[in-house]
Design a protein around this ligand. Sequence first.
Ligand SMILES: C[S@@+](CC[C@H](N)C(=O)[O-])C[C@H]1O[C@@H](n2cnc3c(N)ncnc32)[C@H](O)[C@@H]1O
Length: 215
Amino acid sequence: MTKRSGTRQWFKRHTNDPFVRQARKAGYRSRAAYKLIEMDQRYRIFRKGQVVIDLGGAPGGWSQVATEKVGKTGQVIAIDLLPMQPMEGVSIRQGDIADPSIHDWIERELKKPCGVVISDMAPNITGIRDRDQANAVRLWQMALQFALQYLGKDGAFIIKVFQGDGFEPFLNQLREAFKSVTVHKPKASRTASREVYFMAKNPKFRPNMVKKSDF
Ligand SMILES: C[S@@+](CC[C@H](N)C(=O)[O-])C[C@H]1O[C@@H](n2cnc3c(N)ncnc32)[C@H](O)[C@@H]1O
C-alpha cells in the first residue's frame, strides 16, 4: 500500500465511522470520548466534585467527558505535548509529562486530592513496531508514577495500553499497586487496534505523595 492510498483509506474509514459522526453531532472533540463514557457507565469511575488529571488530553474529548461528570464543583487538569483549545472548567498545560516543572504547576492548580488519573496517551508512531511499543511502555510508566503520586486512597487510574511487549508486566505492576484492576475493550475501540484500557482502583500505597500534610 502506498502512503497516499493508506491516507485515503484512513480518511474513508474515519468519515464512515459511526462514533466520529456521533462525536461531531454531540460536540465532542474526539471519538475517544465514547470510550470513556462507556467505561464510566459500566464501572462508575467519576463522581461529582472530583479532581481529574487527564494525561495526553488533546484535543479534549476525555476532558469534556470528565468535566461533565465531575460538574462545577469538580476540577479537570489536562496536559499534552500539543496545544489544546481552552475549555471551561479545565486547567490546561502544554508540555511533556516527563518535564519535572509540570509537577510544580499541578501542585499550584490542585484544589483538593485527585480522584481520577486518566491517560489516553500514545507516542508518535515511527512504524517500527518494537520501538513504538517501547515508547508506549515508557509513557505507561510515567502515567503510573503520576497516578501513584497524586491519587487519594479511593482513587482510580484509567490508562490506554497496547497489547505486545511490556503489556503483561505492566498489568502485574498495576495489580501490585492497586487493590483492583480490570481490563476493558470499549465498543468505540476499533477491533483491529491492539489498544485496551486498564482500570485500576484504590492504590495500595502512595510512595511519592505530594504535600502529604495537605491531602
Ligand atoms: C489519542 S490522543 C488523546 C486523545 C484525548 N483523550 C481525547 O479524547 O481528545 C494522545 C495524546 O497523547 C499525547 N502525548 C503523547 N506523549 C505525551 C507526553 N509525553 N506528554 C504529554 N502528552 C503526550 C499526544 O500529544 C496526543 O495528543
